[in-house]
Design a protein around this ligand. Structure first.
Ligand SMILES: Nc1ncnc2c1ncn2[C@@H]1O[C@H](COP(=O)(O)OP(=O)(O)OP(=O)(O)O)[C@@H](O)[C@H]1O
Ligand SMILES: [Mg+2]
Length: 239
């Protein structure tokens, strides 16, 4: 049934930002972007500042809606969904990672990871929530930092907590906007190796990055310019 649909299918997606209610000041951030993302893909969106990367990622992540165009998620027409349906789909299927980690301060690593599970309906037993958060932190290599607070962890460790939080609800898609933007090059490599490992275990990833060497970890690189896709480069995966 659903397995023969791509995970994500965008057809002629445009996004115009209204500025000051004036047609002249309006910004066309995306121009008829079409693209397909399959289950298991690891996609890097690259391109200069202002080319539309974050706008595209926010639309894919159901945080923003396109001005025109069609978006199908697992074959379902997202462009026809209500705000409530979108929020529910987003909570169940999307995990987000940001450049500045966005952890809750004065809250331990394990509590940060538990947060998305508290929103589950029907509610999960608290014992199960704790167990799943612990397992996920172990998976990202932080089994020894469960009760540390964000300000007691390195940048790379904080980003690992954020990745664990993004994945604890078993999303179909991990979206990462400049996930290594605040990390030094050594720590960036560690985080990219972790994302590569998670992708090899089956998680679909869409990541935004300015940096060529970070994009090179992805299987597919989509280069954007002025709101359009300039080219798509598929990396040959050696066997
Ligand atoms: N809320 C907004 N209102 C008006 N214009 C916006 C808004 N958000 C983005 N834009 C404009 O849309 C275009 C695309 O912005 P976007 O944030 O998607 O770029 P980006 O590729 O992510 O850039 P960066 O690499 O700097 O993060 C830019 O010209 C930007 O000025
Ligand atoms: Mg951006």
């Amino acid at each position: 049934m659903e397995w023969n649909f791509p995970l994500i299918q965008l057809s002629a997606i445009s996004r115009v930002y209204e500025v000051d209610h004036s047609a002249e000041a309006a910004v066309q951030a995306l121009r008829e972007v079409s693209l397909v993302i399959h289950e298991g893909d690891f996609v890097a969106l690259t391109g200069p500042s202002g080319s539309g990367k974050s706008t595209l990622m926010n639309i894919i992540g159901l945080l923003d809606t396109p001005t025109t165009g069609q978006y199908h998620f697992k074959g379902k027409p997202v462009h026809k969904m209500s705000a409530n349906e979108l929020a529910s789909l987003r909570n169940k299927t999307m995990g987000f990672v940001f450049q500045n980690f966005q952890l809750i301060p004065r809250t331990t690593a394990i509590e940060n990871v538990e947060v998305p599970l508290f929103y589950r309906r029907p509610p999960l037993p608290s014992k199960e929530i704790r167990e799943r958060a612990k397992k996920m932190l172990e998976k990202v290599g932080l089994g020894h930092r469960l009760y540390h607070y964000p300000n007691q962890m390195s940048g790379g460790q904080q980003q690992r907590v954020a990745i664990a939080r993004a994945l604890v609800g078993n999303p179909s898609l991990l979206l990462a906007d400049e996930p290594t933007g605040n990390l030094d090059s050594h720590t960036s490599k560690e985080i990219m190796n972790l994302l590569t490992e998670l992708n090899e275990q089956g998680i679909t990833i869409v990541m935004v990055t300015h940096e060529e060497d970070i994009a090179a970890y992805a299987k597919k690189i989509i280069r954007m310019r002025d709101g359009e896709i300039l080219e798509t480069i598929e990396r040959r995966v050696s066997l």
